[in-house]
Design a protein around this ligand. Structure first.
Ligand SMILES: [Zn+2]
Length: 249
């Protein structure tokens, strides 16, 4: 699981075409509006929050901010440690969860939500959806969301992230379910732990204003990631960075 992640969770392909589709959709919406349909009719069957199918890779506020995102949990060992570190530093992050892990550790999902972090659907068991039909994707995403909602009733599931960054048709499906497709600008390749110092170096040298950073709290021994997060938060703040959540469009 973690090995295949290495080559594929680096880029977010399809951004340009998604932008184009998004523009087309906006155009179609304005045509419909000018045809006399009211906005209420258009949005009545959709999600409460307006979300488009663009894969976002930047923070909500931009400027000298950064968003930390953690994939493949919740993990019974490393997620609680990470939550403790984030709490101690007063940082809110985003957690991209597997449905199978949510089913195993629902109390951790409740804790993540209760501590003010954002939730992200990361499929049931890290399936590569690159070649899936919209119906197959929808079924998987809804199953995952149902488990998250059972674990943390009332919690908002703000984002969806495709395993391996292999988006296929998933951005449109995620958007139709009210979830913002969430990519990243910096991956520190922490799935093969290279030492805490090296992870710290990769974050500090790779970070850019407004970046969404991809890290992992599940799928293996994530002690080095947790330590690197603990060390980099004060270093980033010393450089004038503040912490933000990924954009929702
Ligand atoms: Zn993943």
């Amino acid at each position: 699981m973690t090995v295949t992640t290495r080559t594929t969770e680096r880029t977010a392909p399809g951004r340009t075409s998604l932008r184009r589709r998004s523009r087309l959709r906006r155009l179609a919406t304005s045509v419909l509006l000018s045809a006399g349909l009211c906005l209420g009719t258009l949005t009545a069957a959709g999600p409460a929050q307006a979300v488009d199918g663009t894969v976002v890779t930047s923070t909500q506020s931009g400027g000298r901010t950064v968003s930390f995102t953690f994939d493949d949990g919740p993990d019974p060992t490393h997620t609680p440690r990470l939550l403790e570190v984030l709490r101690r530093h007063g940082v809110k992050a985003t957690f991209c969860l597997w449905g199978d892990h949510v089913r195993q550790y629902p109390h951790l999902v409740r804790q993540i939500a209760a501590e003010g972090h954002r939730l992200c659907n990361h499929t049931m068991s890290h399936q590569d959806m690159g070649g899936w039909s919209q119906q197959q994707i929808r079924q998987n995403l809804e199953q995952t969301n149902n488990l998250i909602r059972q674990a943390a009733p009332g919690a908002q599931i703000t984002y969806f992230r495709a395993p391996y960054g292999n988006w296929g048709q998933s951005p449109q499906v995620a958007a139709s379910l009210g979830m913002q497709p969430l990519g990243w600008r910096l991956a520190i390749n922490d799935w093969q732990p290279p030492g805490t110092g090296e992870l710290v170096r990769r974050i500090m040298q790779g970070v850019t204003p407004g970046a969404v950073v991809l890290m992992h709290d599940g799928g293996g021994d994530r002690s080095q990631t947790v330590s690197a997060v603990d060390q980099t938060i004060p270093q980033l703040r010393a450089q004038g960075y503040s912490f933000d959540q990924p954009a929702v469009r």
